[in-house]
Design a binder for this molecule. Sequence first.
Ligand code: AMP
Length: 208
Amino acid sequence: MLGPPGVGKGTQAKMLVQALGLKHIASGELFRRNQTRGTDLGVKAQGYISLGNLVPDEITIAMVLEEVLSEPSKDGFILDGFPRNMVQVESLHQALKDIETNIDCAVLLAVPRDELLKRLTGRRLCTKCQANYHLMSSPPGRSGLCNHCDSPLYQREDDMSIAVNTRLEVYYSETRPIIDYYDSLGCLRQIDGVGAVGEVAYRVSNSC
Ligand code: AMP
């Protein structure tokens, strides 16, 4: 699942995971889980994440490949937020070759930059179940509280404005080039990410 921060990769990946029974491997969520637990990995990643930079490859690749290789799902997996540069692409493909599997489909979600900024700055997450809300387009029933588990909502530190701009710049300079690579493999599907979540999900599921 490819695309800039705020485009809806996580939301769409969660819908596909439910519909198809795939394993969901989201690098950003793995980092946030480690930060919440206060692990060494979480502490090492914290400074990079809060400023909107990529966490160094040696930390990220080991963390994600461990998830890919442990308890492989027989129906496959969705990678969300990984790979984000060519070094990660190469490590991923080497690891997949070793287990005789491959990427079937690279879904690129696209929305205009001003829409991304609105989505990122209005995003709120549940502190407990990580459910996703938006202050304007999908607010919770009761202000500041999760509809599912009543826990308080929070704003990700890296969804605040300075880090948001850095994340978008990092995406266009480091991550965009991997799109050409997946295009050259013939497995890239570019999807318009503007619209209701269900409409975008319909486009995604029809593309692969
Ligand atoms: P995300 O939840 O995908 O927006 O990721 C949140 C943050 O985690 C990113 O801004 C990066 O700091 C870090 N991160 C997530 N995935 C990667 C990756 N593949 N490579 C490096 N850093 C990552």
